[in-house]
Design a protein around this ligand. Structure first.
Ligand SMILES: [Zn+2]
Length: 354
């Protein structure tokens, strides 16, 4: 009975996620008004809203205007139902299963919003992040709190640094404009100081740069051309300062992740600027999503990233499409790593003969 219940619940939640995916990026309420046909605006009755079955019964057309309904709607419902069914095979009924359902629902919404808009909304990425931290803190599920926090910061820090190096190479080492009061420059500073002096000091120095930028209204930062090339040297130098290589790497990623996620939170809560000002600051949507996955997966977030890059590259080649949103692949990698991460890692180690 439990898997059947999970499937039906997933279908119903998938139907709600269609509404979230459609309305959240437009800033509309997800609770009201009731669903309408996007083509003719006719209000939909209960018989038009039965997950998957309504679509099949109506042969993919609106009951009122007979225009085609996007197959996306039943697809999202069936996908969510399938994922909930999968979760029910791993977790018995209870609060843990409920948390896993929430994890999956957030990822489905994020993936499809990214497909539509090339954006990952802060309420969903930070919602997923804080839900993971809160569950770990209160229930030690899915991870002990410390692993959840470290996983989140290190995963976000790692991807923020990858983005930093990517931008530096793409711009051929021309310095990017530094954002006031906080942007990637402080993240890169945190990584460098964190590698040499540990995550606490690394973060403190970068927060100081943030505070001075806010105070003076001008960027108080070290240039990326300095911090990013020095970072690998810092890892090599760290043993002289009493940190071993892994400690240094961990300190760097923790500090960078702390700055990236705190900076993102600042921009998310900042009141909307006047029109015509530069819109999105920091970006970092994928960084925040991977940070959220880290809160649920711990170090397996890096496996999620690897799987996401692999799937994205594979599909990018198959579809011969240049511009693909990365969120759906990260979400897919996150789901696979959550259920099968340990099994995959074990199989990989056996393959290496370890
Ligand atoms: Zn219609």
């Amino acid at each position: 009975m439990w898997p059947l219940f999970a499937l039906l619940l997933g279908l119903a939640v998938g139907s709600f996620l269609n509404v979230v995916v459609h309305r959240l990026p437009r800033g509309e309420s997800v609770a009201y008004p009731p669903s309408r046909c996007p083509q003719c605006g006719h209000r939909l009755g209960p018989w038009d809203l039965v997950p998957v079955l309504s679509y099949l019964a109506l042969k993919g057309r609106c009951r009122y205007c007979a225009r085609p309904i996007s197959p996306r709607y039943p697809l999202v419902e069936a996908l969510t139902g399938g994922l909930f069914l999968l979760a029910s095979l791993f977790y018995p009924p209870g609060v843990e299963a409920l948390l896993v359902f929430l994890f999956l629902a957030f990822l489905v919404a994020l993936a499809f919003i990214d497909v539509d808009t090339f954006e990952l909304p802060d309420p969903l990425t930070y919602g997923l992040l804080f839900l993971g931290l809160l569950a770990s803190w209160a229930l030690a599920f899915p991870l002990p709190f410390r692993e959840s926090l470290d996983g989140s910061l290190m995963a976000a820090g790692g991807l923020a640094l990858v983005a930093g190096y990517g931008n530096l190479f793409l711009r051929r080492f021309r310095e990017a404009r530094a954002e006031v009061p906080v942007g990637p420059h402080q993240v890169h500073m945190a990584a460098l100081f964190g590698a040499l002096l540990g995550p606490g000091v690394g973060m403190a120095l970068a927060f100081l740069a943030w505070a001075l930028s806010a105070r003076t209204g001008r960027p108080v930062v070290l240039p990326d051309r300095l911090t990013l090339p020095l970072l690998p040297l810092a890892f090599l130098l760290a043993p002289a300062l009493g940190l071993d290589f892994l400690e240094s790497l961990k300190g760097s990623l923790l500090a960078a992740g702390g700055l990236a996620l705190a900076g993102g939170l600042y921009w998310a809560f900042r009141p909307l600027p006047e029109e015509e000002e530069e819109p999105v600051a920091m970006g970092y949507g994928d960084v925040k999503l991977l940070g959220a996955l880290g809160a649920w997966l711990g170090p397996y977030a890096f496996l999620a990233l690897f799987l996401g890059v692999f799937a994205g590259a594979l599909l990018g080649l198959l579809l011969r499409q240049r511009k693909l949103p990365f969120g759906p692949y990260l979400a897919l990698g996150g789901v696979v790593a959550f259920f099968f991460g340990e099994a995959l890692w074990g199989a990989y180690l056996r393959l290496l003969g370890v």
